[in-house]
Design a binder for this molecule. Structure first.
Ligand code: SF4
Length: 231
């Protein structure tokens, strides 16, 4: 089976998942009740599969679908302010064919990048429980196995630690402590593991307070492009 097909099959499995009772109840409640501005929408209300180029060298790892963003539209980082910020930056850096991400049929394509998340269901308050992250980890492991990226960009500390935890569980690193998260951090991991890059999560809390600016994202993405082109 071709990689794109395997990712599609995995995506179908993810979309059907109901393993975390708390998250299933929340994502469906949000989809039923809706936000006033989106009352005409039929919310997705299910787990959100990964999205992007099946041949990607860069895997971008977010935290979780936004309750009224990806949980509404069914595509990662689509339909909310975090996505507006992220896709504008990806477009500028050459990883996306357009700067906007509004709905699943808007023509957006990623180039050499694939976007996924630590957990696939929107959590209350954007805060997944450790047990829920552990429950969902297998899907990310399988995506990593299929894609075999050369670089991973973790958006925020939870994604960064979630990724390192996978490596620890697989016995590829001894501990996460040697690799602390910071915006702009870069970790050279042992063996042939992908290079790990860190950036603050593009949440409104970060982008509207000036903690995170477009220039800061452009710099991280430039580093990644340089790294990918170097070999
Ligand atoms: S968070 Fe992951 S494991 Fe839990 S229900 Fe959603 S898709 Fe399934």
């Amino acid at each position: 089976m071709k990689k794109a097909e395997e990712l599609r099959v995995l995506g179908e499995e993810i979309v059907a998942c109901r393993k975390c009772a708390r998250l299933v109840a929340y994502r469906e409640k949000v989809a039923r009740e809706k936000r006033r501005a989106y009352r005409e929408w039929e919310y997705w209300g299910k787990p959100v599969p990964g999205f992007g180029d099946a041949k990607a060298e860069l895997l971008i790892l977010g935290l979780a679908p936004g309750a009224h963003g990806a949980n509404r539209t069914g595509r990662m980082f689509t339909g909310d302010r975090s996505g507006d910020f992220l896709y504008r930056a990806l477009h500028k850096a050459g990883f996306a064919n357009q700067p906007t991400s509004l709905h699943r049929d808007d023509g957006l394509r990623l180039q050499n990048a694939y976007i996924t998340a630590t957990i696939r269901c929107a959590p209350p308050g954007n805060k997944p429980l450790p047990g829920e992250i552990a429950q969902c980890r297998g899907y990310l492991e399988r995506e990593l196995e299929l894609l075999r990226p050369r670089a991973v960009l973790a958006l925020g500390g939870i994604a960064w630690n979630g990724y390192l935890e996978i490596l620890k569980q697989l016995g590829k690193i001894a501990s996460r402590a040697a690799f602390p998260f910071a915006h702009g951090s870069e970790a050279e991991l042992p063996g042939d593991l992908p290079r790990l890059f860190g950036a603050y999560h593009p949440s409104q809390q970060n982008t509207q307070t000036g903690r995170l600016t477009p220039a800061m994202y452009a710099q991280v993405l430039r580093h990644i492009q340089r790294y990918l082109r170097a070999r």
